[in-house]
Structures are given as C-alpha cells and as structure tokens.
Design a protein around this ligand. Structure first.
Ligand code: HAM
Length: 429
C-alpha cells in the first residue's frame, strides 16, 4: 500500500496555533545551548532545578500575579476540567514555584531557598515579533530572606547569564517600587496627579485600579503628560531607601553597570522594592529580554508564611532574537559525525549494528535508510553534516573492511571493521 492509499481522502493541512511556532533542527541546537548557558550560571550559584505543572489552580495566578494585571484580566488560558476545577496554563513561573515552596514547606529549611525552572508559558497576547502566546523562560527565585545581597546577586546573575550566552548590547534597568509602608501613600499621591491629566476613559480607569502602570504607558500623548509625575524613588521609606542603596553599592562592587529607570513598573502585581529589567538595544518594541524583582508579599498572598523572595525570568526566545540582532547566531553544530552507507542487502543488515556500536562509543552516527543506492546515500551523508562516511559494500563485508571516506577532502581508504571505532574516534578527537 502506498502512502497516499494509507491516508485516504486528503484533509486540510493543520498549522501551529496563532502566536506559536515550532523550533526545528538545526536552529533548535542554539535554543538548547542558550538554555544550557543560562541554567549553568544558576547552578554555579547553588540554584536547584524544580519542575512544576504546566497548569495550576487558577487562584495561584489570580492571587499571585494579581487581579489588576493585563496578564490575569486579558491573557490567561483558563479552562474548567472534567472535574469542574478552574485551571490555568501558567502565564509565568514565579507564582507556581512559590506555591510549590509553600506546599513542600521549603521555607522551614535552609534559607534562602534557591530554585530555578525552565519551561513554556502561555499568554493570550497580540502576537508580534518577539511576543508570542507560547514562549519559554528560564526562571530563578531566591526565597525566604530580605537581604540586599540577594538582590545584587540576582541582578548580577542575569548579567552573567547574558555574558555566558555572548550578548553584549543591552541595558540593565533598575528601580525600587517601595513596600507596604511607603507605596500606599505614594500611590495616592500619584493618583491625585494622574486624575488632573487629560486621559482617555480606559487610562482613567487604570489610574483608579493600578496607577503605577500608567507610568509605563508608552503612547506619546500619555508619556508626555506623565513626565512630571511624582516618582516612587523620591518617596521611599527609610527601610526601602537603605535597602535600595545597599543593592546599588553591592552591584557597583561587582562591577555591574545599570541605569536607573524610575518609571520601570513591570507588568505583574507582586513586586516590591528592587525591580529590574534587561532591555536589549536592538530589538524594537519587544526589547525586554528578561526582568524581575523582589516580591515580599507573594508567599503570604498564596497562603504561605509572610516572607520575602526575589527572582527573574529570562525570555529564551527573545534572547535568541537578540543574539541574531547582534549578528551572533552561533554556527550550528553538525547533526552527526559519521554516516554509514550500506550497499546491498548483506551490508544493510550490518549497517544498523555498526552505527549502534559507533554511537555506544560516543560517535554521533546516522545511516542511510530506505534502500538508497550509492549516489542517493552519499547525498544523504553530505546533507547530514558528517565528517566521515563509512561505506559498506558487499566486497568490503567479504573482506572484513569498510571504506572510510573523509567527506571534506574526498580521501578514502579501507579500515578493518574491528578497528573502525578506534580509527574514527582518533580522527574525530
Ligand atoms: P515578565 O517580565 O512578564 O516577568 O517576563 C520575563 C521575560 O519573559 C520577559 O522579559 C521576556 O523576555 C519574556 N516574555 C514575557 N512575555 C513574553 C511573550 N509573550 N513572548 C515572548 N517572550 C516573553 C515574569 O514573567 C516574572 N515571573 C519574572 C520574575 C521571576 N519576577 C520574579 N521572579
């Protein structure tokens, strides 16, 4: 039966949902390498890997991320499961990690609790370059201590992660959002100021619900009016001021460069005190390649102890775009190093065991499938990126050898089958 007979009538072709994309080889190797560099930076600082479910009880995000955020009001993928529970595909990783820390009583152990995770997040946003409905973050959280050294470490780890990836052309923006002592009074002051401006209805509503977000409005008409607004940094209480000064001193000691952005607000409600964002200088509208901050009320919001935390998330997809924007897209490593080309039935029987033997010896190996002749099989060998083809003809098998062909130079010689693994390993080392 042919392939077309098997599939029956032709059906519509399906494609990935709007705002999502597939990451395919060979580019996917860069995705993995970037993820690896960022997480290695975290492991070197003692962060331990955590997996949490991709979906959580909707309350985790409602209470954690906050009812007044765009993420919760407009962007969540929420559904009711067959048991009648309201579940939500995670729009970020922090709330789930803090939920897990509470559930497993991690705050009772060694503090800070240093956790990291990597995974897909889901937000129903208007897709554009760098803004997707399904995207990947590496996320780091340090829980349970309110120590400015932890803030400095966290901001610096982001910088070190980007260094490890090779990125250079970005700015680290820093701000303090105050805490429950000083922010309520500041928020009132800001609200009074904003109420006096000429703003559209939707923005006026935002003034009432979450006035700090208006500071972040990029529309020129709003931004110009907001330019003279009172700023949180000028209204910090003594505790927040001292904390912020200590963070900046320690970052300076570490040689980390940053710029202060007193209107940096961030889109999630849980932030207190130190907040920061890594903004790439060549990415246009979606330039934030990572961001985070302290969230001293989040654990209590989720029913845990009233304790603090700080963290960041780096957007892996945007980091890849930033690498490309800096002309740093790394050379893709070849898929395999060796490619077995069997000619004839007896050779075909030997090809898979031989490839397996090479793989077990650590040589990445593929082979020609589908009964290809010499020409087709050699084309596959070239396309695989392998440095060597191992050609097995009927005669070779009878003689106990294989022809080892250097696909770069074209040079070819016979190697006894028993010596093949050692010979190839030597040539590839
Ligand atoms: P966030 O700023 O919402 O923070 O996201 C962090 C990073 O994820 C962004 O800087 C961006 O690189 C990437 N990102 C966000 N949304 C999208 C999207 N729609 N498409 C592509 N990339 C995106 C958080 O998520 C916080 N949980 C960070 C944090 C951890 N704060 C404390 N701990």
């Amino acid at each position: 039966m042919s392939d077309s007979e098997r599939t029956g009538p032709r059906l519509d072709r399906l494609s990935a949902p709007k705002g999502t994309f597939d990451t395919l080889p060979p580019e996917s190797a860069t995705f993995l390498a970037v993820r690896e560099e960022i997480t290695r930076t975290l492991r070197l600082a003692g962060y331990g890997y955590v997996e949490t479910p991709v979906f959580e009880d909707t309350a985790v995000f409602r209470r954690g991320v906050g009812e007044s955020t765009d993420v919760v009001t407009k962007e969540m993928y929420t559904f009711t499961d067959r048991g009648g529970r309201s579940l939500t595909l995670r729009p970020e990783l922090t709330a789930g990690l803090v939920r897990a820390a509470i559930e497993h009583n991690l705050y009772a152990g060694q503090l800070p609790v240093k956790l990291y995770s990597v995974g897909a997040n889901f937000r129903y946003e208007q897709p554009q370059a760098g803004r997707y409905r399904h995207f990947t973050q590496v996320d780091a959280e340090a829980l349970g201590l309110d120590d400015p050294t932890l803030d400095a470490e966290m901001v610096a780890l982001g910088v070190q992660a980007f260094d490890a990836v090779g990125l250079g052309d970005y700015t680290t923006e820093l701000n303090s959002l105050g805490d429950r002592t000083c922010r309520p009074a500041y928020r009132e002051k800001l609200r009074d100021f904003l109420r006096g401006l000429s703003l559209d209805e939707q923005t006026r509503q935002r003034v009432e619900v979450n006035p700090l977000r208006v500071l972040d409005d990029k529309r020129p008409g709003v931004a110009a009016q907001v330019a003279g607004a009172p700023l949180m940094v000028d209204h910090l209480c003594a505790g927040c001021r001292a904390h912020y000064d200590a963070v900046r001193d320690q970052l300076a000691d570490l040689g980390v460069r940053w710029v202060e952005n007193p209107t940096l607000v961030r889109g999630l409600d849980y932030y207190t005190r130190t907040t920061f964002e890594y903004v790439h200088n060549r990415l246009g509208a979606q330039a934030s390649i990572g961001g985070g901050g302290r969230y001293d009320g989040l654990s209590a919001q989720l029913g845990g102890p009233d304790t603090s935390g700080i963290g960041w998330a780096i957007g892996v997809d945007r980091t890849l775009l930033a690498l490309a924007a800096e002309g740093l897209a790394p050379k893709q490593p070849p898929r395999v190093a060796a490619f077995v080309v069997p000619l004839g039935d007896a050779a075909r029987r030997r090809a898979l065991p031989l490839a397996t033997e090479l793989r077990q010896a650590g040589v990445a190996t593929d082979l020609a499938f589908g009964g290809k002749g010499l020409k087709g099989a050699m084309r596959s060998a070239d396309r695989s990126g392998a440095r060597y083809a191992v050609i097995l003809g009927e005669r070779d098998i009878a003689d106990g050898v294989a022809q080892l062909k250097d696909l770069g130079s074209g040079a070819q010689h016979a190697v006894p089958l028993g010596d093949l693994v050692t010979t190839l390993k030597e040539k590839l080392s």
